[in-house]
Design a protein. Structure first.
Length: 136
């Protein structure tokens, strides 16, 4: 397995089956151009089999942390270490860039994701509720 940082819209379009929705070129360009936005792709035989995205968030009294935005792996690649390897990339990058930590929101019944996060060294803190706003 080879993990590489995505730097072009073409790379993201090639990995489109891994995402929840079609890749929109204008959004992909904006993501890639934004400071502190990171996306890594996992390849097996030059075919994308997984991705992870992270965003550095900064606050005046806390410093910078890495928000693990999303993790995805093709069904045949799950439970084979792809997720763990991918999660380690934004964690390593966060350490390199001076982040004080990394966090992710995950559904409590998403055992595949929880297994990947735990195997990459994450631990649940047990005290989080996600509140959302829908602007569509």
């Amino acid at each position: 397995m080879d993990i590489r940082r995505a730097t072009t819209v073409t790379e993201l379009a090639t990995a489109e089956p891994l995402f929840d929705h079609p890749v929109r070129p204008e959004w992909a360009e904006r993501f890639l151009a934004a400071a502190g936005h990171h996306l890594f792709l996992a390849y097996e035989d030059d075919v994308p089999v997984g991705f992870v995205s992270g965003v550095e968030t900064v606050h005046p009294d806390k410093g910078t942390e890495m928000f693990l935005y999303e993790l995805g792996a093709a069904e045949p690649s799950r439970r084979r270490g792809v997720g763990r390897a991918l999660v380690r990339r934004p964690a390593e990058l966060g350490r390199e860039r001076g982040c004080y930590g990394m966090w992710v929101g995950v559904d409590t019944d998403n055992e595949v994701a929880l297994t990947a996060y735990r195997s990459a060294g994450g631990r649940e803190n047990g005290g989080c509720t996600v509140v959302t706003w829908d602007f569509t």
